[in-house]
Design a binder for this molecule. Sequence first.
Ligand code: UD1
Length: 436
Amino acid sequence: MQTRDKLVIHGASPLNGTVGVSGAKNSVLKLMGAAILTDAPIELRNVPQLADVKVMTEVLRHLGAKVTQQDDVMVIESKEINRTEASYELVSKMRASFIVLGALLGRYHEARVSLPGGCSIGKRGVDLHIKGLQALGADIQINQGYVEATAPRLEGRDILLDTPSVGATENIMLAAVLAEGVTVISNAAQEPEIVDLANFLNAIGADISGAGSTEIIINGVRKEDLHGTSYTIMPDRIEAATFMIAAAGTRGNVLLDNIIPGHLNSVIRKLEDVGAEIVLEAPNAIRVIGKEQYEAQNLVTQPYPGFPTDVQAPFMALLSIADGVSIVTETLYENRFKQIGELNRMGAKIHQEGDIAVVTGVPALMGAQVKCSDLRAGAALIIAGLQAEGVTEISELQHIDRGYECIVEKLTQLGASIERVTIDEEPAAQEALPVN
Ligand code: UD1
């Protein structure tokens, strides 16, 4: 929901201490969608409190599922699903809700799901989702902004993706769980969230192997084979990366807890290349030790295990104060450089040429009033504000609320001076004058 709230950051002081990383946004949303494959109750643990999770909750409730949440534990019961339609009002709020297409088709053999919205970071088609579902035997029409799919029978097939799309891999996996026979997805996305989804699906009775590699094999099972489970969501590797960069950028010393270091290899490598020190302190904890000066580094975003596009904007905030010229190439989304204008307002020297940004490091950033344009651009501005001298005011926080749980509290705990100033949506009604 749009908000007029602002973050006010007094920057240029190092982050110090320990921070616990929350459950992964990009995993929980898909597992929530997958939960409707079975009638049995599903318990999800380590669920982050995020605006996007609220939207997915609304999507599931709209379908007729019962969703309850207490702290970080969510229970989803889908035995009373009475609708197979996900409306524009809901799906346009968040692209990830498009995942219900595969799940509804798998379980109910029909679905009507609005074409998605989400972050304004480019064209982001769903052609691969649709082609994959058609290959499994679905009849799909696009009608007035809706994808209308029916499939009296879904049959396992070999599906080769043109590009390793995360969402398409997930949607096809969900539809294939209850298809007849074997589905093989080649050139599949290898992101850890895909592995989390496969582990969850196997925990409820699916038969999936190969997740995390480029070839995923789904042996179809019967509806009756699926059952309930209790499953803990993996840690959010993008949130972890954001804190790691903030620790380095503020020349701090931060221990990140509840992470899977192996998910962060490309980010760790890049942080080491610029000059930060990274120490593995426990199997699920790493320490980031900042340095006085960083060296420019080139960066190219890639599907996993390459450098994540979601970390490109936050990393650019760090490169903006590194010594020398960095070239950042965004290969996934044509519109994911929206942070540049705002970083430049803070004194950065960044020049964009198509999908390349040339970042000429400056000695320091200066606080300014800036606006978030999307989730990860917002994260970049927070890091920039923490690094900058003076006061930074960040608005359009609804983008940050989508994907960072308790970010103000977590940064405050690390010693940051950051405050959320709440601005009422409606001016307070004038008090009635006393009648004499
Ligand atoms: C997911 C993540 C997002 C991340 C992205 C890439 C969620 C909720 N979001 O998004 O944070 O940035 O992976 O790691 O999990 N494409 C097509 N046709 C399709 C599908 C995708 O052309 O049918 C293209 C996209 O435009 C993009 C590329 O494929 O250029 C990768 O997109 P994809 O992996 O599908 O990203 P999402 O699943 O939307």
